[in-house]
Design a protein around this ligand. Structure first.
Ligand code: SF4
Length: 326
């Protein structure tokens, strides 16, 4: 997740939201940050993810592969979601510690076993492709989960959300949709609530350390969505928070009309570029050959679809060799 974006297929759980269901060829085109990220990273990866996966079970399975840092993020998000959907008040300190331990000792352990057994329910990239997992790597993932959840319980915003009460909560871990022009946009919203002063607070829990490449668009997307849903009359009535739980660091931002306009143009341009590669943009249909592979071995080495692009073992070895080269 913290690896340089130029070298690997991004593993940022905040970008690759599990619920970011691809709009398939039959149901039409929906723009999302995950989709934009896939498109920027590799056209072929994008085509597999959004046009082949909905039709092909094996490609869908590969698309869903997790990986250690992404997995840690998913465990944190699932634990937070469960808590926010079932509790009306902050758990006691003893309960908090029990929740943190259960995330590691029950949830992570269960996932790990499923992955080792090649379960269709959960599978790690590392197991799928036989990438060695050092004990230190596992310790890092466990550390991220424990630190993130403990900081979540301490976070001022969580305390504030429970203080105003569930009646003021607007959404919890929902995949929301809104429109920019004629483009449908999908966005995952972790938590949105109305604070005591009537302002809408939208929180994004993150387990990475660094600001994502598209966080400005993401924040503006929250504002566009809040306006379309009638939560706010103007962007100034909104406060967004990127909560880097593993650090912890809380970045609060406001959004203004200029940023919104920039985000609108950005989304429309991105959607237009994606559609321009389709054979039939109205029917949302394309051909694999119009979405080329990239020549970036380091990126391919960590890509879920590596097997499809490099089916022969000698080709995989060549990718490994090129990726390892200084
Ligand atoms: S293996 Fe490489 S070329 Fe193939 S989809 Fe992945 S990143 Fe693209």
């Amino acid at each position: 997740m913290d690896a340089p974006a130029s070298d690997v297929v991004p593993l940022d759980t905040d970008l690759v939201a599990p619920g970011d269901a691809p709009a398939d060829a039959r149901s039409g085109f929906s723009w999302s940050i995950s989709r934009h990220d896939a498109f920027q990273s590799c056209r072929r990866r994008y085509f597999y993810s959004y046009y082949v996966a909905p039709e092909d079970e094996e490609v869908r399975r590969l698309k869903r592969l997790s990986a250690l840092p992404l997995w840690a993020g998913s465990v944190v998000h699932e634990t937070i979601e469960e808590l926010l959907k079932t509790r009306d008040a902050l758990p006691s300190e003893t309960e908090q510690e029990a929740i943190v331990r259960a995330a590691v000792h029950s949830r992570m352990l269960a996932d790990w076993r499923l992955s080792e057994a090649a379960s269709p329910e959960f599978r790690l990239f590392e197991h799928e492709y036989g990438t060695p997992v050092e004990p230190e790597d596992k310790k890092i993932a466990v550390g991220i989960v424990m630190r993130s959840l403990r900081n979540f319980f301490r976070s001022e915003t969580l305390h504030e959300a429970f203080a105003v009460g569930r009646a003021q909560w607007l959404t919890v871990e929902d995949l929301v949709s809104f429109h920019v022009g004629d483009v449908e946009v999908l966005l995952r919203m972790d938590l949105a609530f109305r604070d005591r002063s009537g302002r809408v607070v939208i929180v994004d829990w993150k387990t990475g350390r660094n600001e994502g490449r598209f966080s400005e668009v993401q924040l503006a997307g929250y504002a566009l969505c809040a306006a379309e849903k009638g939560w706010v009359g103007s962007p100034e009535e909104l406060r967004t928070e990127l909560a880097y739980l593993a650090v912890p660091r809380y970045v609060r931002r406001t959004v203004d009309a200029r940023k919104l306009e920039h985000a609108r143009r950005y989304i429309l341009k991105s959607a237009g570029t994606m559609k321009s590669l389709l054979l039939d943009p109205i029917g949302n249909r394309g051909r694999l050959e119009d979405f080329p592979m990239i020549d970036r071995p380091r990126r391919c080495r960590r890509c879920n679809f590596r097997r499809l692009c490099f089916p022969r073992p000698e080709a995989v070895a060549a990718v490994e060799g090129a990726a390892a080269a200084p």
